[in-house]
Ligand binder design. Sequence first.
Ligand code: NAD
Length: 284
Amino acid sequence: MAQLINGKEISAKVKESVKTETKEFIEKTGVVPGLAVILVGDDPASKIYVGNKKKACAEVGFNSFEHILPESTEQGELLDLIEKLNHDPSVHGILCQLPLPKHIDERAIINAISPKKDVDAFHPANVGKIMIGDYDFLPCTPAGVMELIHSTGVSVGGKKCAVIGRSNIVGKPMAMLLLHENGTVTICHSKTKDLEKECREADILVAAVGRAKLIKGDMIKEGAVVIDVGMNRDENGKLCGDVDFSEAEKRASYITPVPGGVGPMTIAMLMKNTLTAAKLSLKG
Ligand code: NAD
Protein backbone atom coordinates (compact mmCIF):
# COMPACT_ATOMS: atom_id res chain seq x y z
CA MET A 1 0.00 0.00 0.00
CA ALA A 2 1.35 3.42 -0.99
CA GLN A 3 2.46 5.98 1.52
CA LEU A 4 0.42 9.17 1.31
CA ILE A 5 2.24 12.38 0.36
CA ASN A 6 0.63 14.95 2.60
CA GLY A 7 0.51 18.21 0.63
CA LYS A 8 -1.26 20.02 3.45
CA GLU A 9 1.54 19.30 5.89
CA ILE A 10 4.37 19.96 3.44
CA SER A 11 2.79 23.23 2.25
CA ALA A 12 2.36 24.36 5.87
CA LYS A 13 6.11 23.87 6.35
CA VAL A 14 6.90 25.89 3.20
CA LYS A 15 4.60 28.70 4.36
CA GLU A 16 6.13 28.63 7.84
CA SER A 17 9.60 29.11 6.38
CA VAL A 18 8.35 31.93 4.10
CA LYS A 19 6.76 33.55 7.17
CA THR A 20 10.04 33.43 9.13
CA GLU A 21 12.04 34.76 6.19
CA THR A 22 9.46 37.50 5.59
CA LYS A 23 9.70 38.69 9.17
CA GLU A 24 13.49 38.95 8.88
CA PHE A 25 13.20 40.66 5.48
CA ILE A 26 10.78 43.28 6.83
CA GLU A 27 12.97 43.93 9.87
CA LYS A 28 16.02 44.41 7.65
CA THR A 29 14.51 46.42 4.79
CA GLY A 30 11.21 47.88 6.03
CA VAL A 31 9.61 46.48 2.86
CA VAL A 32 6.44 44.41 3.24
CA PRO A 33 6.04 41.99 0.31
CA GLY A 34 2.82 42.72 -1.60
CA LEU A 35 0.82 40.49 -3.95
CA ALA A 36 -1.82 41.90 -6.30
CA VAL A 37 -4.41 39.38 -7.48
CA ILE A 38 -6.71 40.24 -10.37
CA LEU A 39 -9.94 38.37 -10.94
CA VAL A 40 -12.13 39.11 -13.95
CA GLY A 41 -15.69 37.74 -13.87
CA ASP A 42 -17.30 35.52 -11.27
CA ASP A 43 -16.18 31.98 -11.95
CA PRO A 44 -16.89 30.21 -8.61
CA ALA A 45 -13.69 28.09 -8.63
CA SER A 46 -11.54 31.16 -9.42
CA LYS A 47 -13.19 33.05 -6.55
CA ILE A 48 -12.21 30.27 -4.15
CA TYR A 49 -8.60 30.25 -5.44
CA VAL A 50 -8.36 34.04 -5.07
CA GLY A 51 -9.77 33.82 -1.52
CA ASN A 52 -7.22 31.14 -0.61
CA LYS A 53 -4.38 33.26 -1.98
CA LYS A 54 -5.49 36.25 0.09
CA LYS A 55 -5.66 34.06 3.20
CA ALA A 56 -2.16 32.68 2.56
CA CYS A 57 -0.77 36.24 2.17
CA ALA A 58 -2.15 37.13 5.61
CA GLU A 59 -0.67 33.94 7.10
CA VAL A 60 2.89 34.70 5.94
CA GLY A 61 2.77 38.45 6.62
CA PHE A 62 2.33 39.90 3.10
CA ASN A 63 0.07 42.70 1.97
CA SER A 64 -2.50 41.53 -0.55
CA PHE A 65 -4.34 43.72 -3.03
CA GLU A 66 -7.45 42.30 -4.64
CA HIS A 67 -8.79 43.66 -7.92
CA ILE A 68 -12.16 42.10 -8.66
CA LEU A 69 -13.39 43.24 -12.07
CA PRO A 70 -16.69 42.53 -13.83
CA GLU A 71 -16.95 39.95 -16.65
CA SER A 72 -17.54 42.82 -19.11
CA THR A 73 -14.11 44.39 -18.44
CA GLU A 74 -12.41 45.41 -21.69
CA GLN A 75 -8.92 44.14 -22.45
CA GLY A 76 -7.64 47.74 -22.51
CA GLU A 77 -8.90 48.38 -18.96
CA LEU A 78 -7.14 45.26 -17.73
CA LEU A 79 -3.91 46.27 -19.48
CA ASP A 80 -4.14 49.73 -17.87
CA LEU A 81 -4.52 48.15 -14.42
CA ILE A 82 -1.50 45.88 -15.02
CA GLU A 83 0.55 48.89 -16.17
CA LYS A 84 -0.38 50.69 -12.94
CA LEU A 85 0.55 47.66 -10.81
CA ASN A 86 3.83 47.22 -12.74
CA HIS A 87 4.82 50.69 -11.49
CA ASP A 88 3.39 50.42 -7.95
CA PRO A 89 6.32 49.98 -5.51
CA SER A 90 4.10 48.36 -2.87
CA VAL A 91 3.22 45.55 -5.31
CA HIS A 92 5.96 42.95 -5.82
CA GLY A 93 3.94 40.17 -7.38
CA ILE A 94 1.06 40.35 -9.88
CA LEU A 95 -1.19 37.43 -10.59
CA CYS A 96 -4.08 37.44 -13.03
CA GLN A 97 -6.38 34.52 -12.25
CA LEU A 98 -6.98 32.34 -15.33
CA PRO A 99 -9.09 31.55 -17.24
CA LEU A 100 -10.06 35.02 -18.45
CA PRO A 101 -13.34 35.78 -20.24
CA LYS A 102 -13.23 34.81 -23.93
CA HIS A 103 -13.08 38.39 -25.25
CA ILE A 104 -9.73 38.95 -23.51
CA ASP A 105 -6.50 37.68 -25.09
CA GLU A 106 -4.81 35.72 -22.28
CA ARG A 107 -1.39 35.91 -23.96
CA ALA A 108 -1.55 39.72 -24.22
CA ILE A 109 -2.29 39.93 -20.49
CA ILE A 110 0.48 37.53 -19.48
CA ASN A 111 2.95 39.42 -21.69
CA ALA A 112 1.97 42.76 -20.10
CA ILE A 113 2.96 41.72 -16.56
CA SER A 114 6.50 42.83 -15.72
CA PRO A 115 8.72 39.71 -15.70
CA LYS A 116 10.08 40.87 -12.32
CA LYS A 117 6.57 40.74 -10.83
CA ASP A 118 5.47 37.63 -12.73
CA VAL A 119 5.08 35.33 -9.72
CA ASP A 120 3.23 32.74 -11.82
CA ALA A 121 6.27 32.54 -14.13
CA PHE A 122 4.07 32.55 -17.24
CA HIS A 123 5.77 35.48 -19.04
CA PRO A 124 7.83 34.33 -22.07
CA ALA A 125 10.97 35.85 -20.52
CA ASN A 126 10.54 33.69 -17.43
CA VAL A 127 9.54 30.62 -19.46
CA GLY A 128 12.77 31.02 -21.46
CA LYS A 129 14.81 31.35 -18.28
CA ILE A 130 13.30 28.13 -16.91
CA MET A 131 14.18 26.37 -20.17
CA ILE A 132 17.87 27.22 -19.76
CA GLY A 133 17.82 26.54 -16.02
CA ASP A 134 18.69 30.10 -14.92
CA TYR A 135 15.53 31.49 -13.35
CA ASP A 136 14.14 33.72 -10.59
CA PHE A 137 10.71 32.10 -10.40
CA LEU A 138 9.41 28.62 -11.06
CA PRO A 139 5.76 28.12 -12.01
CA CYS A 140 3.92 27.38 -8.78
CA THR A 141 2.24 24.05 -9.52
CA PRO A 142 5.26 22.26 -11.06
CA ALA A 143 7.50 23.72 -8.34
CA GLY A 144 5.08 22.40 -5.73
CA VAL A 145 5.13 18.97 -7.37
CA MET A 146 8.94 18.90 -7.17
CA GLU A 147 8.73 19.65 -3.43
CA LEU A 148 6.31 16.75 -3.01
CA ILE A 149 8.62 14.40 -4.91
CA HIS A 150 11.60 15.56 -2.81
CA SER A 151 9.61 14.85 0.35
CA THR A 152 9.55 11.14 -0.54
CA GLY A 153 13.35 10.92 -0.60
CA VAL A 154 13.12 9.31 -4.07
CA SER A 155 15.68 10.88 -6.37
CA VAL A 156 14.60 11.84 -9.89
CA GLY A 157 18.05 11.28 -11.42
CA GLY A 158 18.01 8.49 -14.01
CA LYS A 159 14.35 7.65 -13.36
CA LYS A 160 11.75 7.26 -16.09
CA CYS A 161 9.23 10.06 -15.65
CA ALA A 162 5.92 10.39 -17.45
CA VAL A 163 4.10 13.72 -17.45
CA ILE A 164 0.52 13.41 -18.69
CA GLY A 165 -0.56 16.78 -20.10
CA ARG A 166 1.38 19.38 -22.08
CA SER A 167 -0.15 22.69 -21.03
CA ASN A 168 2.06 25.76 -20.77
CA ILE A 169 1.21 26.18 -17.09
CA VAL A 170 1.62 22.62 -15.84
CA GLY A 171 2.71 19.85 -18.22
CA LYS A 172 5.52 21.53 -20.18
CA PRO A 173 7.29 23.26 -17.26
CA MET A 174 6.78 20.11 -15.17
CA ALA A 175 8.68 18.07 -17.74
CA MET A 176 11.45 20.68 -17.76
CA LEU A 177 11.87 20.60 -13.96
CA LEU A 178 12.11 16.80 -13.98
CA LEU A 179 14.65 17.04 -16.79
CA HIS A 180 16.70 19.56 -14.76
CA GLU A 181 16.96 16.85 -12.10
CA ASN A 182 18.15 14.32 -14.67
CA GLY A 183 14.91 12.38 -15.13
CA THR A 184 14.31 10.69 -18.48
CA VAL A 185 11.07 12.40 -19.32
CA THR A 186 8.19 11.45 -21.60
CA ILE A 187 5.41 13.98 -22.18
CA CYS A 188 2.05 12.37 -22.97
CA HIS A 189 -0.99 14.19 -24.31
CA SER A 190 -4.33 13.74 -26.01
CA LYS A 191 -2.68 12.39 -29.19
CA THR A 192 -0.38 9.90 -27.43
CA LYS A 193 -0.88 6.49 -29.06
CA ASP A 194 -0.41 4.16 -26.11
CA LEU A 195 -0.91 6.05 -22.85
CA GLU A 196 -1.19 2.83 -20.83
CA LYS A 197 2.26 1.67 -21.94
CA GLU A 198 3.90 5.06 -21.30
CA CYS A 199 2.40 5.19 -17.80
CA ARG A 200 3.29 1.60 -16.94
CA GLU A 201 6.97 2.31 -17.64
CA ALA A 202 7.14 5.37 -15.40
CA ASP A 203 8.95 5.34 -12.05
CA ILE A 204 7.55 8.82 -11.47
CA LEU A 205 4.15 9.67 -12.91
CA VAL A 206 2.67 13.17 -12.89
CA ALA A 207 -0.91 13.44 -14.15
CA ALA A 208 -2.08 16.91 -15.22
CA VAL A 209 -4.98 16.30 -17.56
CA GLY A 210 -8.29 17.32 -16.03
CA ARG A 211 -10.12 14.01 -16.62
CA ALA A 212 -11.56 12.24 -13.59
CA LYS A 213 -9.87 8.90 -12.92
CA LEU A 214 -8.27 8.63 -16.38
CA ILE A 215 -5.26 6.82 -14.92
CA LYS A 216 -6.34 3.39 -13.74
CA GLY A 217 -4.53 1.23 -11.20
CA ASP A 218 -3.22 -1.21 -13.83
CA MET A 219 -1.50 1.70 -15.63
CA ILE A 220 0.75 2.31 -12.62
CA LYS A 221 4.14 0.62 -12.36
CA GLU A 222 4.61 -1.30 -9.13
CA GLY A 223 6.40 1.03 -6.68
CA ALA A 224 5.99 4.22 -8.73
CA VAL A 225 5.71 7.71 -7.24
CA VAL A 226 2.33 9.08 -8.36
CA ILE A 227 1.53 12.79 -8.31
CA ASP A 228 -1.99 13.81 -9.22
CA VAL A 229 -2.38 17.44 -10.32
CA GLY A 230 -5.90 17.01 -11.72
CA MET A 231 -8.87 18.66 -10.07
CA ASN A 232 -12.13 17.17 -11.26
CA ARG A 233 -15.57 16.20 -10.04
CA ASP A 234 -16.56 12.54 -10.13
CA GLU A 235 -19.99 11.17 -11.03
CA ASN A 236 -21.23 12.10 -7.52
CA GLY A 237 -19.87 15.65 -7.70
CA LYS A 238 -17.02 14.80 -5.33
CA LEU A 239 -13.60 16.39 -5.90
CA CYS A 240 -11.18 13.88 -7.44
CA GLY A 241 -7.96 13.77 -9.42
CA ASP A 242 -6.89 12.27 -12.76
CA VAL A 243 -5.76 9.08 -11.02
CA ASP A 244 -8.12 6.40 -9.75
CA PHE A 245 -6.79 6.73 -6.21
CA SER A 246 -8.27 3.60 -4.61
CA GLU A 247 -6.75 1.39 -7.34
CA ALA A 248 -3.48 3.28 -7.69
CA GLU A 249 -2.60 3.30 -3.98
CA LYS A 250 -2.36 -0.50 -4.11
CA ARG A 251 0.54 -0.30 -6.61
CA ALA A 252 2.33 3.00 -6.02
CA SER A 253 5.03 3.50 -3.38
CA TYR A 254 3.99 7.12 -2.77
CA ILE A 255 0.85 8.92 -3.91
CA THR A 256 -0.79 12.33 -3.49
CA PRO A 257 -4.44 12.59 -2.52
CA VAL A 258 -6.94 14.98 -4.15
CA PRO A 259 -7.75 17.21 -2.35
CA GLY A 260 -4.81 17.79 0.01
CA GLY A 261 -1.97 16.99 -2.38
CA VAL A 262 -0.77 19.38 -5.09
CA GLY A 263 -3.41 22.10 -4.51
CA PRO A 264 -2.06 23.51 -1.22
CA MET A 265 1.50 23.35 -2.60
CA THR A 266 0.64 25.67 -5.49
CA ILE A 267 -0.34 28.44 -3.07
CA ALA A 268 2.70 27.87 -0.84
CA MET A 269 5.00 28.21 -3.85
CA LEU A 270 3.20 31.40 -4.85
CA MET A 271 4.10 32.84 -1.45
CA LYS A 272 7.73 31.79 -1.97
CA ASN A 273 7.78 33.50 -5.39
CA THR A 274 6.28 36.71 -4.00
CA LEU A 275 8.99 36.94 -1.36
CA THR A 276 11.60 36.37 -4.10
CA ALA A 277 9.98 39.19 -6.13
CA ALA A 278 10.14 41.55 -3.14
CA LYS A 279 13.85 40.75 -2.74
CA LEU A 280 14.44 41.28 -6.47
CA SER A 281 12.72 44.68 -6.32
CA LEU A 282 15.50 45.96 -4.06
CA LYS A 283 18.14 44.96 -6.57
CA GLY A 284 16.70 47.49 -9.05
P1 NAD B 1 -5.20 21.86 -19.90
O1 NAD B 1 -6.60 21.56 -20.26
O2 NAD B 1 -4.57 23.12 -20.35
O3 NAD B 1 -4.28 20.66 -20.42
C1 NAD B 1 -4.68 19.33 -20.33
C2 NAD B 1 -3.68 18.45 -21.04
O4 NAD B 1 -4.12 17.10 -20.97
C3 NAD B 1 -3.52 18.77 -22.52
O5 NAD B 1 -2.16 18.99 -22.79
C4 NAD B 1 -4.02 17.53 -23.26
O6 NAD B 1 -3.23 17.20 -24.38
C5 NAD B 1 -3.92 16.46 -22.20
N1 NAD B 1 -4.96 15.44 -22.39
C6 NAD B 1 -6.29 15.63 -22.55
N2 NAD B 1 -6.91 14.44 -22.68
C7 NAD B 1 -5.96 13.49 -22.60
C8 NAD B 1 -5.97 12.07 -22.66
N3 NAD B 1 -7.10 11.40 -22.84
N4 NAD B 1 -4.80 11.43 -22.53
C9 NAD B 1 -3.64 12.09 -22.34
N5 NAD B 1 -3.58 13.43 -22.26
C10 NAD B 1 -4.71 14.12 -22.39
O7 NAD B 1 -5.13 21.71 -18.32
P2 NAD B 1 -4.07 22.26 -17.23
O8 NAD B 1 -4.30 23.71 -17.02
O9 NAD B 1 -2.71 21.77 -17.53
O10 NAD B 1 -4.64 21.50 -15.94
C11 NAD B 1 -4.68 20.09 -15.86
C12 NAD B 1 -5.41 19.67 -14.60
O11 NAD B 1 -4.69 20.14 -13.48
C13 NAD B 1 -6.82 20.26 -14.45
O12 NAD B 1 -7.63 19.32 -13.78
C14 NAD B 1 -6.60 21.47 -13.55
O13 NAD B 1 -7.76 21.81 -12.81
C15 NAD B 1 -5.52 20.95 -12.65
N6 NAD B 1 -4.68 21.98 -12.05
C16 NAD B 1 -4.49 21.90 -10.72
C17 NAD B 1 -3.68 22.83 -10.09
C18 NAD B 1 -3.47 22.72 -8.62
O14 NAD B 1 -2.95 23.64 -8.01
N7 NAD B 1 -3.82 21.59 -8.01
C19 NAD B 1 -3.07 23.86 -10.83
C20 NAD B 1 -3.25 23.89 -12.20
C21 NAD B 1 -4.06 22.93 -12.82
